[in-house]
Design a protein around this ligand. Sequence first.
Ligand SMILES: [Zn+2]
Length: 434
Amino acid sequence: MKNNNKFLYCAGLTILWFFSAFSYASNQVQSIRIWPSPDNTRVVLDLSAAPQYKSFSLDSPDRLVIDLSNIAGGGALPKIDGESQLIKAIRSSGDNNSMRIVLDLTSKVKPTVFSLTPTAPYGHRLVIDLPDKQRTESRPPPSIRAARDIIIAIDAGHGGEDPGSIGPSGIFEKNLTLPIANRLAELINKEPGMRAVMVRTGDYFIHVNRRTEVARGQQADLLVSIHADAFTSPQPKGASVWVLSLRRATTEVGRMLEQTERHSELLGGVAEIIRDSANERYLAQTVLDLSMNHSMVTAYQAANQVLAELGKITSLHQAKPQAASLGVLKSPDIPSILVEVGFISNPKEEKQLKSASHQARLAQSLHRALKRHFELAPPADSLFAQQRAREHKVQAGESLSLLAQRYDVSVDALRSHNQLANDSIRIGQVLRIP
Ligand SMILES: [Zn+2]
């Protein structure tokens, strides 16, 4: 009897062990992705189920330890994608039921560890954010010059962990916005008196608040955020331009946009949202500031120019600037516009948006529109303002050839610079001198 009992006890333990090893430890680390960005490194563990984890830091040498429980795989690491200067090595150990992952770090950082639930195309994830020691909060202001460049911050929507909308053929919004942004930056940087600053330079996640911080740090005159739209049905098409509204959006697409963009913030930014609650309060206070009005008016004017140009190369979903309450537009001091270059959910437009030639056309339109906007309303200390000073108001008795002589330019140059069809000018007409 006694022996029998012992046997049963042992069998019971074996069964318990069996279940804990094989039925509970069903979670698995499937892959590890390292996404370096200029001021943050994100390490993502892709898992087959929601992770159970603990994490702590150790110093000399600096390490981050992640203990995962109920995990199979015997402590073996999957393939690691990417690398970062912050991480010397990633080691692991474990048994049938647990795994310890150690990140050997090159410097002391304050990591943030959090889990994310599945969102296409990704499944369960454990995210480790390692901020770089010195965040480039703001660069020293550009040296005082007689006439400064107009600075355009270009924000390629989404990135990294956040793919944005996904087209019917499987293309990610984040992969369309970056090449358009890059081409636009190239064109702006060729323009005397204008300079582009890229908010995102590669495939990594940036929180929406950080995007406006980058623009502010660079003292941008305008923030242009580039996106592609999506809707639940394939029919909607065309480009639209969004400006900040202090009220909620009124159209169905607008409401959905507010929702998906907020969703994107949450997709990769759980930790940042918690950390930025002070910033939110600051925003709530300054939202009523007068500077906001100036930013909103400027943004509205720029948005109109962008629509005028985009309308020449693509259909417009809305002919007037649309107003929504979107995170990237909420900067109180920097005029900000959000350009939806088309609907990625429309199969025809998705195909178009993928093509390099259409991307180039979009960038050219945006460039022309922004240039035109700042020609009409240049910041006072800019080169554009200085050039604008070379204007002439036609007086009685003046002809095009007389003015060409006076300003030492050719009649042809004067004509083409002012887009004149012929040589007749009228009294009071304002001519720009090339
Ligand atoms: Zn988007």
